[in-house]
Ligand binder design. Sequence first.
Ligand code: DGL
Length: 273
Amino acid sequence: MELQNAPIGVFDSGFGGLTVAREIMRQIPNETIVYFGDTARVPYGTKSQTTILKYSKQIVRFLRTKEVKAIVVACNTASALALEEIRRELEIPILGVIKPGAKIAANTTKNGKIGIIATEATIQSRVYTHFIQDLNPELTVIGKACPLFVPIVEEGTFLNDPILDAIANRYLEELKQHKIDTLILGCTHYPLLRSTLSRLMGEDVTLVNPAYETARELQRLLRKEGLENTQGQEIERIHTFYVSDVPDRFKQFAASILPCSAERTAQINIEEY
Ligand code: DGL
């Protein structure tokens, strides 16, 4: 296979990263994706850096067996805690979601106050803050870990329930007090809570989904490296999906958000890599 026509590897701790895969499919329809969701070991957001790094390296080794030409770390937690070290050892391009998310937030804010909601591990790493303040040291960044959001999205039944409003209000209170005007959805699952978060934060706060800018950044990177897919539109792109636990719930979730089928999602033993 010609290198340009090789797939892009995309991975996440579970199915949340499909929000990033969906954006790549939408913005760069010529590319083919091999997606891996670590459904057996999710969540990453409460784990140590050592563990997240070990898991991420195993996944990168697996994706390389699929001859991917580039890798997107769709998971914010793995982007915050594992990306830099993996990049040092890898000879193909690799991209995370944090830098693109930080860039768009820094360009969006008008009053200079940016909020970030994410997992415990991402907030503690302060990586979003570092990237934002590298771009503009004048900006104030307020982070808030929202650990209950991931299980709520995965469970699915409380997405339009007063329980979600009560929990979200508690988490968002501090960000509102700081009068932020921009809020980064710093976890793959949170775009699925967008309508609730947007209603509770009010119309003066712009929500930033890093997936959008990540797909744009990926396109720029492929172009710069001469890696854009050269096959014409007439060739159908068959995306493939792998998970580390039984695929049933993953397939259900994929069917609700992807424009393509993930019916043939396969389970692999990631510990072998
Ligand atoms: N995918 C993770 C992230 O974006 C959220 C779920 C987890 O904790 O593993 O940070």
